[in-house]
Design a protein around this ligand. Structure first.
Ligand SMILES: O=C(O)/C=C/C(=O)CC(=O)CC(=O)O
Ligand code: CA
Ligand code: MG
Length: 432
């Protein structure tokens, strides 16, 4: 499944100033995204250091493989991720060659733009979005708050639990988070009311961008599911906990979560992540083995990712006082009870067709201890233990003016680490 090649060589060096030292975007990464300049025309780009290389423009100049040219002309990544992984690998190799070979410099310079002059856009036209629940510590922590006697339901260790989310409200990092209104029923009241949520929360998740297509009626076997993972991003599944607690039974999340889902702009490709595949942590001895359709030895051997995730907050007061964001948590992404391949296979097990540019959320990823909890509801224990910030403010849930930032890095001995960029949003007051 994963192919490590010369594009992952940690000594590889780009002629772009500062790229070799860049924390997120050295030449070993080459994430894909959609950007525009003053003319508004959407182009496929890759981040390299503090610059963006216009792959659509390079392709028009016949400087990239012919096989990807039509896909680079469409203004989204859907067509590129409808191609095979081998074709995207060919594109990666072409871009890597140009950025490491100084003799390409003159030909490339007209297609290179400072990132701060570019506007990023949603990378795909997202047809469908599904949110899973594979972070087992989050599922246990939050389940305990919603169902004290029954935190982890008996299906959890057999079924990668998920629900269909909403594609129309997926937005790029930086989109303001308008405090949603809805129905909530406080514990002191017998009747629900309608108004702005008073328990606005974030959820730290990885987004999985789907590549390729399976025909309706044709499940994706677990041995082939890895090839349907085009790349990863950061995903914040903003959640209104009071709305959620009132509405979620019996059909699961609805308006508590579909008012906005934020994603980071860059798709860190499956090809770039190849060196960072690690074994899926072994299940505790008493847990059931996955049913055979969800089990594949290769997937178990390399189905997890060596990623470090971080969550940061900057309140309006902190920003006004010139204070840097405060880190709420950090931890590895290894608390996922199911692999992304198992998520894909389960999603298609009934013949459901996944399409290029469909988005899967992993579910909130929390560490077993308090160092890397993926939501404020866990950090503040549902409001019982507010978090104290460096300027003395306290938070049980998000307040208007709060900025919440997610970040991720892939780190492994012997390899150049690569980053995901950021996924952020500032909370705005509810609309009157
Ligand atoms: O009812 C519950 O146990 C909780 C469900 C969720 O919060 C759904 C969700 O978004 C799952 C996740 O992000 O892990
Ligand atoms: Ca979620
Ligand atoms: Mg959402």
């Amino acid at each position: 499944m994963s192919h490590i090649d010369h594009t992952h060589d940690r000594e590889a060096s780009s002629w772009i100033d500062g790229a070799d030292e860049h924390p997120d975007f050295p030449v070993q990464n080459l994430p894909l995204g959609i950007f525009s300049l003053g003319d508004g025309q959407r182009r496929v780009g890759t981040a390299i250091g503090d610059s963006i290389l216009d792959l659509s423009g390079l392709s028009r100049d016949r400087l990239l493989p012919d096989s990807v040219r039509p896909a680079l002309e469409t203004g989204t990544l859907n067509a590129l991720f409808a191609l095979s992984s081998a074709e995207r690998q060919e594109l990666r190799h072409g871009v890597f060659a140009s950025l490491t070979d100084r003799t390409s410099r003159v030909a490339l310079l007209p297609h290179l733009y400072p990132s701060q002059h570019c506007t990023m856009h949603l990378p795909f036209t997202v047809g469908d979005y599904t949110d899973f629940y594979v972070g087992i510590h989050h599922a246990t922590n939050i389940g305990r708050q919603f169902r004290p006697d029954n935190p982890l339901l008996p299906n959890y260790k057999y079924v990668p639990i998920g629900y269909h989310g909403r594609a129309s409200s997926i937005r790029l990092s930086g989109t303001p988070v308008i405090r949603p209104k809805g129905q909530h029923k406080p514990s002191y009241s017998d009747l629900p009311g309608y108004g702005p949520t008073y328990r606005l929360d974030y959820e730290l998740e990885l987004g999985v961008w789907i590549a390729g297509e399976n025909a309706l009626g044709e499940p994706v076997p677990i041995s082939k599911a890895g090839s349907r993972v085009g790349g990863l991003c950061l995903l914040n599944d903003w959640s209104a906990r009071d709305l959620q607690a009132w509405e979620y039974q019996p059909l699961g999340p609805f308006l508590a979560k579909n008012f906005l889902t934020s994603v980071s702009p860059w798709v860190v490709t499956a090809e770039a992540l190849a060196p960072f595949r690690i074994a899926q942590p072994a299940r505790p001895e008493d847990d059931p083995a996955p049913l055979p359709y969800l089990f594949d030895a290769t997937d178990q051997a390399e189905g997890a990712f060596a990623l470090t995730l971080e969550t940061w907050i900057a309140t309006r007061k902190m920003r006004e006082a010139g204070m840097p964001p405060h880190r709420l948590g950090t931890g590895p992404a290894t608390s996922m009870y199911w692999t992304v391949a198992q998520m894909v296979t389960h999603h298609t097990a009934n013949g459901c067709n996944l399409m290029p540019g469909d988005l899967l959320g992993t579910g909130t990823i929390s560490t077993p201890d308090p160092s890397g909890l993926g939501s404020l509801m866990e950090l503040s224990q549902g409001g019982k233990a507010p978090v104290t910030l460096p300027d003395g403010e306290e938070r049980s849930f998000l307040e208007d003016g709060d900025e919440l930032i997610l970040s991720a890095r892939a780190v492994r001995d012997g390899f150049r680490s690569i980053g995901f960029g950021l996924c952020s949003g500032v909370v705005e007051a509810a609309r009157t």
